[in-house]
Design a protein around this ligand. Structure first.
Ligand SMILES: Nc1nc2c(c(=O)[nH]1)N[C@@H](CN(C=O)c1ccc(C(=O)N[C@@H](CCC(=O)O)C(=O)O)cc1)CN2
Ligand SMILES: [Mg+2]
Length: 282
């Protein structure tokens, strides 16, 4: 069997096109959704992601600005700038690109963002809202994964879903969303004993371990839906996922590629969240 490829780039384009009506309705009321992205330090990958986010907004005629600060920026100065943005009515979404330099407390910084403008959905009150089934903003990567599963008409009710990785930005919200959709969810990590025994039971397998090609075809249930959240740059400069694509595609029913899978969906869902933040101001 060769798996269907779940094309995140194509799906992200379709979602973007479908947003045009909502954007026009806002513009008719003189509201242009606006995002401010804060980047601290000079991590090269973060610079690419931030640029991609800003370009996506600009191409659709939305406002976006990127504020770049040196790694030496103090936590106080950063939090003061966020407070100013919280009070700026032209800014609907505020995003602090992660990871932050080690001298800054990411939790403290994120919790300075007004929850109504936290389009990443990382603020502790937005995490709590998601956990209690009343989300204000769904974190972009797991939100994008849910859209991919929806586009594949995956029946989640009663399905066995296994999520590998329990980060606040991917694994934990992912597990909550799958559970809410009716799946039986197991959360594993890279140290889980006999990981393959878990992954081989999964009808839906979401991998977010940060370990290149850790999941191989022999660990996958035939016909399973495999979602690879990993983005690892090899020494040859090529991107690799957390799943070994060549062996996995021979076993899975459908699989996301890297690049061109989950990554583009993360960016488009940021757009969705920012438009929603602007609509709430109507
Ligand atoms: N504040 C946030 N920080 C981070 C998030 C986030 O959602 N919010 N997620 C990741 C990084 N990220 C977005 O910020 C992100 C990473 C990768 C992609 C993407 O489109 N990748 C492409 C490949 C790009 C390349 O060539 O390097 C793909 O997979 O096709 C989008 C968003 C951590 N930080
Ligand atoms: Mg991808």
């Amino acid at each position: 069997m060769t798996a269907r490829i779940i094309d995140g780039k194509k799906l992200a384009e379709t979602i973007k096109q479908n947003l045009a009506e909502r954007i026009n309705a806002l513009k008719e009321k003189n509201i242009i959704p606006g995002l401010t992205v804060i980047l601290v330090g000079d991590d090269p990958a973060s610079q690419v992601y931030v640029r991609n986010k800003a370009n996506t907004f600009t191409k659709l005629g939305l406002n976006s600005s990127v504020e770049q600060y040196p790694a030496s920026l103090s936590e106080e100065a950063l939090c003061n700038r966020i407070r100013e943005l919280n009070n700026d009515p032209s800014v609907h979404g505020i995003l602090v690109q992660l990871p932050l330099p080690a001298n800054l407390d990411a939790n403290k910084v994120i919790e300075t963002i007004s929850p109504e403008k936290d389009v990443d959905g990382f603020h502790i009150s937005n995490a709590g809202a998601l956990m209690t089934g009343r989300p204000l903003f769904i974190p972009c990567t797991p939100y994008g994964v849910m859209k991919m599963l929806e586009s594949e008409n995956v029946e989640l009710r009663g399905a066995e879903a296994v999520v590998i990785g329990a980060s606040n930005i991917v694994g934990k919200p992912m597990a909550l969303l799958l559970q809410k959709a009716g799946a039986t969810v197991t959360i594993c990590n890279s140290k889980t004993k006999d990981l393959a025994a878990h992954t081989r039971r999964a009808d839906v397998l979401v991998v977010a371990t940060g370990r290149p090609e850790m999941i191989t075809g022999d660990m996958i249930k035939p016909g399973a839906i495999v979602i690879d959240v990993g983005i690892n740059r090899g020494s040859d400069g090529k991107l690799k996922g957390d799943v070994e694509f060549s062996s996995a595609k021979e076993v899975a029913g459908a699989i996301t590629p890297v690049p061109g899978g989950v990554g583009p969906m993360t960016i488009v869902m940021l757009l969705v969240n920012t438009i929603e933040a602007a609509e709430r101001k109507l």
